[in-house]
Write a protein that binds this ligand. Structure first.
Ligand code: 44T
Length: 839
């Protein structure tokens, strides 16, 4: 056994040499001492270098020094980060990982830096690794869940669960291969499913490409697991970058692809196919199918329909009760304007059937476009095609809020898929909002004139007009004219600010008046209840504080009158740390005797607030922008000035997607230290509610379901690694589900008193119906003070809901008791359920 004896010997010799090298030992111990000293002096850069030296020279010390090394690394990395020395930062992490390649904490932390820098794929890889090393590492788990949604979008599950779609693609591919197309390229392979179909159908050569690194890795895993790794060549590339013979040895006879989004063209199918016809496909007109190129899908027809829909309206234009004339034009970032602007998407997507409040069709569906994917001239012509004018009779009265667009994908002459609103598919529809400031009511005798073009690869609606009584009215060109003259009357006199905002018409020109708000910010602006509740609650607080100040001064026998005084020292300081656009600082400032600080960052949005302040007689110096004062954004929560404290700090605690904002509780405890006596955090408390439901829809969106292989392939276990337990952006009011219990209080978060909070709680809930608990949707009651609260579930809320989807559904019967273990870890909620029997 020569090897068995030589190996340990070598090891022993090395170790002996190490131990016996006094100079080295001396260096190690001196460096270790220096490292500790530097750490003590907070000189993290030098400490890090010393630790590197120590651990490289004396790996035996790794376990002993691991904690301090990590600490030093993280401190030094934060410093490098704030200095913008990004390359150095990642070099340090790489050196650290050379020493500790399996350290989940370092991996996770590097992932966090990568994520913040926008390297999502790489970040996900690090979180995934950390989690594999330590499956019960909560930080890595949370981080992984956060990126999983970005990396493997939820629609992958929907598409794989859509058996109709799978079968139709399979049949079309089988038929083409049987007819002689035996070299195949799958563009945008995703999990590799269409490429595998082609191989299974008997294609001689199959190639596939995928531009996302995560999806490419996944496709490789899936293809290998199905024993096809030798027979399908997968490339991590965008098809537009592929060449013959560099990437594939010769042109192929069939391209299969499903690179289409809800608006058909958003994934770049036109450009990909033009490129494929020029560089990757055999020419189309030869007699032999094996030497003829063709594409599945063969073509598509695009349809549209005008709709009235309040839900769409309140996300795209200002319809709230506040008078905002001075703000100028507020737009969502989605526009079907005639001047395509790169920053504007022409559409958003929605599943019309799931819109809260529903929608009303104002016209019949119309055919907007036909396209043949097997005709390269037509594909090329599409981008230069003239604008097409479509005339549609209006058949229902209603406000023109949007055009909904969907399509039929003709896989071949026999098979097609439809993404229409009536179909039972997983597809969403493309929504082209029509943003007319005060809306336009269509009437049954009207004719809608729509101009459609496809100039910049998107289908665009270039102009929308109405023919009424023989006159044509351009709806997208009249923003500045007669229709802005009548602002919506103030509907709620009880709110002071709302009436104060009934302001001047401004004469500024159109370009200057334009301000973009995210759809969710627009919906927030339109959330009247939120603003009214906030105003009332803040007014109460200010009155109480004024009285308290008065009493104090009377008590101390000072003659000044703070209520009427103009002394700036008597001002109440209010800080609004809401993310994105928020009017709350302005509402605070308009209370009088308040100096409010807003955290609005975008200059355009700051300008809107300034104008509104001006038109509402809020003195300029009473509204400021907090971040403009701060060098370091991290120092968000500070005293307003040396000797002052805040009277109120406004935290926006629930994200639009339905989750608690990250670091909320940390912010709240910091905020508490910065409040004056009697000061307040808004909101003071949030209560989490949930309900047991049975929802197949949520299951279909969360993982590939069932034990059956997908089209005979083993795909589910691989893609299901990207399943996340919490679903966001749900509309609970339209979610197809059965309620199995009443709603129950799950958790209370007291922002004014951290000692009152807990991180684990067990809640018992009784089933009101029998069924399978598959999910627990949850939402919040946001308490601004003891009396005033708002629900994130309310009809005109800008919030959506979230739900925990159970890994294993639980069968229950009416009357059963169920135990919910609710956990809050760093603002993220997890819930597990088990049956419990109590009497
Ligand atoms: N979502 C549909 C869009 N790709 C489908 O990286 C339908 C959305 C949807 N790879 C709800 C329901 C549904 N070269 O992995 C992606 C993408 C890749 C390419 C290489 C190219 N030129 C491209 C272009 C795209 O193809 C994969 C599929 S894109 C399909 C998009 C269920 N919400």
């Amino acid at each position: 056994m020569p090897n068995a004896t030589t190996r340990p010997k070598r090891g022993r010799r090395t170790r002996r040499r190490q131990r016996e090298d006094p100079a080295r030992n001396e260096l190690v111990s001196r460096s270790l001492e220096s490292a500790q000293q530097c750490l003590f002096n907070q000189d993290y850069g030098t400490a890090f270098v010393h630790y590197l030296l120590v651990l490289n020279l004396a790996p035996v010390l790794k376990d002993f020094a691991r904690e301090s090394f990590r600490f030093t690394l993280f401190k030094w990395a934060d410093e490098l980060d704030s200095l913008g020395r990004i390359q150095d930062l990642f070099d340090c992490y790489e050196q650290a990982l050379e020493l500790f390649p399996a350290d989940e904490v370092i991996l996770n932390s590097m992932g966090e830096h990568l994520f913040r820098m926008g390297f999502r794929d790489e970040a996900a890889g690090h979180f995934h690794k950390a989690l594999k090393l330590k499956p019960d590492f909560p930080e890595a788990r949370e981080n992984f869940y956060r990126v999983a949604n970005w990396l493997v979008e939820r629609w992958h599950f929907l598409m794989l669960n859509d058996h109709g779609r799978n079968r139709k693609y399979q049949q079309a591919i089988q038929k083409a291969v049987q007819r002689g197309c035996n070299t195949v390229l799958d563009i945008g392979t995703g999990t590799g499913i269409l490429g595998m179909c082609a191989k299974k159908a008997g294609a001689a050569e199959v190639f596939a490409c995928e531009l996302s690194k995560t999806m490419y890795d996944l496709a490789c895993e899936v293809v290998a697991a199905n024993g096809m790794d030798g027979s399908i060549k997968i490339l991590h590339k965008k098809s537009l970058e592929m060449e013959v013979p560099k990437d594939i040895p010769h042109r192929v006879s069939l391209v299969v692809t499903e690179t289409v989004d809800a608006g058909l063209f958003g994934e770049g199918i036109i450009e990909s196919l033009i490129h494929a016809w020029h560089h990757l496909l055999l020419p189309p007109q030869f007699k032999e199918p094996s030497s003829t190129g063709r594409v599945i899908p063969a073509g598509a027809t695009v349809f549209g329909m005008a709709v009235e829909c309040l839900e769409i309206r309140r996300h795209h234009r200002f319809v709230g009760g506040l008078s905002m004339a001075a703000a100028g034009q507020l737009h969502s970032p989605v526009s079907c304007s005639s001047e395509p602007d790169d920053s504007m998407e022409p559409y958003t997507t929605e599943r019309l059937s799931r819109l809260p409040g529903g929608y009303k069709p104002l016209t019949e569906p119309f055919r907007a476009l036909d396209i043949d994917f097997n005709n390269v001239q037509e594909l090329e012509g599409l981008t230069s095609r003239e604008v097409q004018r479509i005339c549609l009779p209006v058949n229902q009265e209603g406000e023109l809020d949007a055009l909904a667009v969907w399509f039929q994908l003709h896989l071949d002459e026999d098979n097609s898929l439809s993404t229409g609103p009536q179909e039972d598919t997983c597809w969403e529809q493309a929504i082209y909002p029509v943003q007319i400031p005060n809306g336009f009511l269509l009437r049954p005798q009207d004719k809608l004139i729509i101009e459609v073009s496809c100039r910049d690869a998107y289908l665009r609606l270039c102009s929308v007009a109405v023919v009424r009584d023989g006159h044509e009215i351009r709806l997208d060109k009249r923003l500045e004219s007669q229709y802005t003259e009548n602002p919506i009357p103030n509907p709620s006199p009880e709110v002071e600010l709302c009436s104060a905002l009934a302001c001047l018409q401004t004469g500024q020109n159109q370009a200057k008046d334009f301000c973009m708000l995210e759809c969710s910010e627009m919906a927030l602006l339109n959330n009247r209840q939120y603003h009214q509740s906030f105003c009332s609650s803040l007014a109460k607080l200010i009155t109480t504080l004024k009285t308290a100040h008065q009493n104090k001064e009377q008590g101390s026998d000072i003659k000044s009158d703070p209520v009427n005084s103009r002394d700036p020292r008597d001002l109440f300081y209010v800080l609004d740390v809401s993310e994105g656009f928020s009017l709350l600082s302005l509402m605070a400032a308009s209370q009088g005797h308040v100096k409010a600080y807003s955290s609005v960052e975008k200059s355009q949005q700051q300008e809107v607030l300034r104008r509104l302040a001006c038109s509402n007689n809020v003195p300029e110096q009473h509204l400021e922008f907090w971040l403009n004062h701060l060098e370091d954004e991290q120092a968000m929560l500070q005293r307003p000035s040396g000797e002052k404290l805040w009277s109120a700090i406004i935290l926006d605690c629930v994200e639009t997607c339905g989750l608690i904002r990250q670091k909320l509780m940390e912010k709240a405890s910091l905020a508490r230290c910065l409040l004056e006596e009697g000061g307040h955090i808004f909101p003071e408390r949030i209560v989490l509610y949930g309900m047991l439901v049975e929802s197949d829809t949520l299951l279909l969106e969360s993982a590939v379901q069932g034990q059956e292989p997908t089209l005979g392939f083993n795909i589910a276990p691989f893609i299901n690694q990207f399943t996340v337990p919490v679903h966001v952006f749900l509309d609970f009011s339209t979610l197809e589900c059965r309620h199995l219990s009443a709603s129950v209080e799950l958790f209370v978060l007291d922002l004014m008193d951290s000692s009152a909070n807990y991180s684990n709680r067990e809640v018992k809930v009784q089933a009101t119906s029998s069924g399978r608990v598959t999910a627990i949707p949850f939402w919040y009651q946001i308490h601004l003070d003891e009396e005033i609260s708002i629900s994130t579930l309310s009809q005109d809320s800008h919030w959506k809901q979230a739900a925990v989807v159970l890994q294993k559904p639980l069968e229950i019967r009416a009357g059963d008791w169920v135990c919910l273990a609710v956990q809050l870890h760093k603002s993220s909620i997890s819930i597990s359920v088990r049956q419990c029997n109590i009497l």
